[in-house]
Design a protein around this ligand. Structure first.
Ligand code: RP5
Length: 157
């Protein structure tokens, strides 16, 4: 699979806190394994809203094709990012100490009509990476081949 570090990022990963990073390393590890170039930023919809705004609004012009947004609790980060970009946004609801991540899941998945955020399982960082690769594969044959290969690997295993 291709080297993911030397190319223009195609997947933009944003997370609300550095406390999300250990979980989201499941996403970066899978993207690296699949050879998908990515960029990563920590920015919060409520603590650093200007940073989120600037990052989301310029993502498409930087060459990003799909965004993965991870957040916990009142997890509005994916929705805020989706408000500022035409790119597809995949949300990863973080498991939380008080409500187990159901809070994050419902905050992400219940977007009002017109501003969708796709959503993987609670702490579904690896699946977010695969889903982002599948979105790339819809228009980029090299990434479709990566997903086809992944499915073959799983069937053989
Ligand atoms: C959210 O609040 C973050 O995405 C994180 O999941 C949660 C807790 O953040 P910290 O208080 O650990 O920074 O904004």
């Amino acid at each position: 699979m291709a080297d993911s570090t030397e190319k223009t990022p195609l997947v933009g990963i944003i997370m609300g806190s550095k406390s999300d990073l250990p979980t989201m390393e499941g996403c970066t590890a899978e993207l690296e394994r699949l050879g998908v170039p990515y960029e990563l930023v920590i920015a919060s919809a409520h603590r650093t809203p200007d940073k989120v705004h600037e990052w989301a609004e310029t993502a498409a012009d930087r060459g990003i094709k799909v965004i993965v947004a991870a957040a916990g609790k009142a997890a509005h980060l994916g929705g805020v990012v989706a408000a500022f970009t035409p790119l597809p946004v995949v949300g990863v609801p973080m498991k939380t100490s008080d409500l187990g991540g159901l809070d994050s899941l419902l905050s992400m998945v219940q977007m009002p009509s017109g501003v969708p955020v796709a959503c993987v399982a609670i702490n579904g960082a690896k699946n977010a990476a695969i889903y982002a690769t599948q979105i790339l594969g819809a228009t980029m044959p090299e990434y479709r081949a990566v997903v086809e290969n992944l499915k073959r690997e799983m069937a053989e295993a």
